[in-house]
Ligand binder design. Structure first.
Ligand SMILES: [Zn+2]
Length: 158
């Protein structure tokens, strides 16, 4: 509204596209409240979820990994063994170990990709996926890139 009141054309264009587009929005009487479908639907997880765990095999794991943009690295897989960790890769090439049960039933995936970024520092370097979080002795949490690990190890021993 500040942009409209101030007749700031650049801001109006950035927010609404144009003054005419903002004027065409209308008021609450013209707003249609979105109505989600009332028909329940199941989410696709990229594999046949009707198969019992005793029938899970490498093909099923490959399907699930492919659905997530990654892959199954382990080649020797025992059908029905859902507890032994296997090697997987995510869409970004991170390699991690996880059991089929953890991936397929609990929904876990690459721990590197879900690691929160504490600061924009590593993102600015394009290394956010490889950043590490270090709790310094002072109690502060810092984000460090691979290049800073030497400094981190020195800091943690002092
Ligand atoms: Zn990853």
């Amino acid at each position: 509204m500040h942009a409209i009141r101030g007749d700031a054309h650049e801001e109006i264009r950035a927010h609404f596209g144009s003054l005419e587009a903002w004027q065409a929005i209308g008021d609450w009487s013209t707003f249609d409240v979105p109505q989600p479908s009332r028909v329940p639907s199941l989410l696709d997880h990229g594999y046949d979820e009707d198969l019992p765990a005793t029938a899970w095999d490498a093909d099923l794991y490959r399907d699930a990994a492919d659905f997530r943009g990654g892959g199954l690295i382990t080649g020797d897989v025992t059908r029905g063994d859902i507890a032994t960790p296997l090697a997987w890769t995510c869409a970004h090439g991170h390699i991690f170990a996880a059991s089929p049960r953890l991936v397929l039933t609990a929904g876990h995936w690459c721990p590197e990709c879900v690691r929160p970024s504490v600061s924009g520092r590593c993102a600015a370097r394009g290394r956010c996926g490889r950043g590490v979080i270090v709790r310094a002795r002072r109690g502060a949490v810092h984000s460090r890139s691979d290049d800073d690990r030497r400094d981190v190890s020195r800091a943690s021993t002092t």
